[in-house]
Design a protein around this ligand. Sequence first.
Ligand code: SF4
Length: 223
Amino acid sequence: MDDREYLPLSWLSQVCYCPRRAALLLNERLWSESTDTAKGRAEHENVHTQRVERRGDFIKLYEYTVFSDRLEINGKCDCIEAVRNENGCRIPVADFPVQLYPIEYKHGNVRDEDEYNIQLCAQAICLEEMFGTSITEGALFFISSHRRHEVKFDDALRRRTLECAQKLHSIRSALSVPAAEYSAKCRRCSLADLCMPKVKNSSKSYLQRLRDEAEGNIEEDTP
Ligand code: SF4
């Protein structure tokens, strides 16, 4: 029996942003909504409707389910453009060969974030594996500015994507939570209040114990 656990593709961007953040989300099920996450989710939900649009030799597939046995991940592509190309691959919704081009929607204005590139590259790797094809580039579409940022899937990006998938699986299998490393990213992190990146681990355990006691999760020591 195959008991490998496939993890959500979108979490590659979390582990790239901060391994501790990915571990808190994955292993401790922590979540905290910030203005940024709420806005991003609202904008994303508007494009998240599974459908296929056709215009001659040009097809758009929205919310397409993808997976990779190599990366042991699964998830969805926001949008895949499929354009007729005699050297392309066959997909179920087209009766001609196509070249695939994944597009990931992001809220806000154009910015070059490695975690976004890795998420998009992982989608391309899934599609390559599923359809036996080669995909050299895709795009991030920034909803507020209505602009595309093209991403090349070069060897370096593919290597970082594989490393992120391996890191995510190792965090998951060890059920570990890496120690916090305070950086500029912490100021934008919606989990900062729960993570307490500036507080030493020993103090964190003490605070957690106080919280557990206050919530009645720990019985007082009996003499
Ligand atoms: S606050 Fe900083 S260390 Fe903690 S999860 Fe967020 S980014 Fe990572």
